[in-house]
Design a protein around this ligand. Structure first.
Ligand code: TYD
Length: 232
């Protein structure tokens, strides 16, 4: 894995998709399976994944009275991201771990960019600054019709879902699909209506195809169940 000309040993996998696509469950199952197989595995999520990031998450998702401007949203997501990259992701990649991250920079482009209409160029610059140019080795997009996603979420909605109408979610979905089409080498698009075990199989097959051969990925000396770290 390369970032800003620096070679890192680990593997960085992100999962993206609309609300209700099942990516959090898919992320947990993948990370648990990798850990069982003895890989040094780190499972994390956005926004959050660090103490600072979880505070920012509270502001972003559960404090509607603060009424952040659209640009403030973009900055806050990237503030949480910068902390997660510095504190969790880069150290893990440097020691050769597989990092599984539930949402990453593509979410800001899809939600704040395609969904809310913030300029994509500015959002890309912001993300590049926040991440130091770090990009995932593989991004799994769990694609799902909007109605199906909203139905699956039921009554459990956060600020981004309360305020948003179906048209917003359609733009987010199309945004993700556009991002995937622009970077076919990085994305794997999976139909999220397929049974969970088929999705798990497709993701882990693709990961195995891409894992570098030659031993740069760390394996723990004593593989054990539940050794996956969830740095929250
Ligand atoms: P969460 O409850 O974690 O939803 P999910 O399980 O669907 O990931 O809430 C994350 C919300 O934040 C989700 O609605 C998408 C939104 N979001 C953005 O708008 N921009 C971003 O950059 C990120 C990371 C998330």
């Amino acid at each position: 894995m390369m970032v800003a000309g620096k070679s890192r040993r680990g593997f960085f996998l992100t999962l993206e998709g609309p609300d209700g696509s099942g990516k959090s469950t898919a992320a947990q199952r993948l990370a648990a399976r990798l850990a069982d197989e003895g890989y040094d595995t780190v499972l994390t999520r956005e926004p959050g994944g660090t103490a600072l990031g979880e505070e920012v998450r509270q502001i972003l998702l559960h404090a509607p009275t603060l009424d952040p401007a659209l640009t403030t949203d973009a900055l806050l997501f990237n503030a949480a991201r910068a902390q997660l990259v510095a504190q969790v992701i880069v150290p893990a990649l440097d020691r050769g771990a597989i990092v599984v991250c539930d949402r990453f920079a593509d979410s800001t482009l899809a939600y704040q960019g395609y969904g809310s209409g913030q300029p994509l160029a500015g959002l890309r610059t912001l993300a590049s600054f926040a991440t130091g140019g770090l990009e995932p080795d593989l991004t799994v997009l769990l694609d799902l019709p909007v109605e199906e996603g909203l139905r699956r979420k039921g009554g459990e909605v956060n600020r981004f879902e309360i305020d948003a109408d179906v048209a917003f979610h359609e733009r987010v979905r199309e945004g993700f699909l556009t991002l995937a089409a622009e970077s076919p080498g990085r994305f794997l698009v999976v139909d999220a209506t397929r049974p969970a075990d088929e999705i798990d199989g497709a993701v882990s097959d693709e990961l195995r195809r891409r894992l570098p051969v030659g031993g740069s990925i760390s394996r723990l000396s004593e593989p054990k169940a539940h050794s996956v770290r969830m740095d929250r």
